[in-house]
Design a protein around this ligand. Structure first.
Ligand code: DAH
Length: 342
């Protein structure tokens, strides 16, 4: 067969086969079949040895031109296949970000935190700032500067965890009062949330670790009426506008006079029920006018300034807020309980 015809036939065959090739592996096999060492075009080149010297350059040129054309055809197909394969890969790897799926479980804020947030936002609205103090506290701040000198009988009521003679786990958040008065000048308006510790039994209403929120206001002309107005605003914000506050005389060494404060029972609204033991009232906090002795010990002139203070049991108001009957539920981390606050 004439070389020219041969070349035409190789070209035709390649075109047909290319049309049926749809994978780059098959394309490579085709390239080898035509241009490889044992390929059909290579065989033609080998055959040139039999041609006459005059014919050789002409035929050589023709075969080379054919090789370029075939190579170009193969390359073009290769580019097509590569582009298509890339497209297919991208399509297979694509992520549909709109596809709905199971969401991971989401946690919830603890009921104590929920109530604390509410209390803080209430007092921040009244112009208070949040202050904090250490949980491991000096006897000086926890007791002495609050008018509870060593051997004072009222210390017994506090069931203190002692680290040593001078260091305790704070039994209340009141030491933050002393710390603040010693470092800030009046006017002072702070609330101090935090953990406190007492060597107490564990039962439905007691825990050795619990939370308090301390409040302190020091300024000129602060009176008991300011204290009552503040606590009234707090009670109504947390439990509703029909809730009243009631002051009962009491005693705390750091306040004079002192009071215990009851709120209208949230359960029966004052009618009397099991929650309030028939009285219509529930005790929630202690408070009073800051004892002038405390002001003086903390470097504040009691002839110029007066103030009030209060201490709220956070667990207690949380239990009242949500009708939780056993304090231990707040610490056990039982998801069946916690999920109800989502
Ligand atoms: N510290 C008291 C306690 O833990 C609560 C308290 C009562 C705080 C009267 C006060 C206050 O600031 O004025 O029982």
């Amino acid at each position: 067969m004439d070389i020219r015809e041969n070349l035409a036939q190789i070209g035709e065959e390649l075109k047909q086969e290319l049309a049926q090739t749809d994978a780059s592996q098959a394309l490579e096999a085709l390239r080898v079949k035509v241009l490889g060492k044992k390929g059909s075009l290579t065989a033609l080149l080998r055959g040139m040895g039999q041609l006459s010297p005059e014919e050789r350059p002409k035929m050589g040129q023709m075969i080379n031109e054919a090789r370029e054309k075939l190579t170009a055809l193969l390359d073009e197909k290769q580019a097509q296949l590569a582009a298509r394969e890339k497209e297919m890969r991208l399509a297979a790897e694509a992520i549909d970000i709109t596809e709905p799926r199971d969401l991971p479980p989401i946690g919830a804020e603890h009921p104590i935190q929920l109530v604390l947030n509410e209390v803080l936002s209430c007092f921040e609205g009244l112009g208070f700032q949040v202050a904090e103090g250490p949980e491991v506290e000096l006897d000086k701040f926890n007791f002495e500067l609050l008018n509870l000198p060593k051997n004072h009988p009222a210390r017994d009521a506090q069931d203190t965890f002692y680290i040593d003679d001078n260091i305790v786990l704070r039994t209340h958040t009141s030491p933050v009062q002393a710390r603040t008065m010693l470092t800030k000048k009046p006017p002072i308006r702070i609330v101090c949330p935090g953990r406190v510790f007492r060597a107490d039994e564990v039962d439905a209403t007691h825990s050795p670790v619990f939370h308090q929120i301390e409040g302190l206001v020091i300024d000129k002309d602060v009176t008991m009426a300011d204290l009552k107005g503040t606590l009234d605003a707090f009670a109504k914000r947390l439990y509703g506008s029909d809730i009243d506050v009631r002051f009962r005389p009491s005693f705390f060494p750091f306040t004079e006079p002192s009071a215990e404060v009851d709120l209208t029972c949230f359960n029966c609204h004052g009618q009397g029920c099991r929650v309030c033991k028939g009285t219509g009232w529930i005790e929630v906090l202690g408070c009073g006018m800051v004892n002038p002795k405390v002001l003086e010990m903390c470097g504040i002139d009691s002839s110029v300034y007066s103030g009030f203070a209060f201490g709220i049991g956070l667990e207690r108001i949380t239990m009242l807020r949500y009708g939780i009957k056993d304090m231990r539920l707040l610490y056990e981390g039982d998801l069946r309980f916690l999920k109800q606050f989502r």
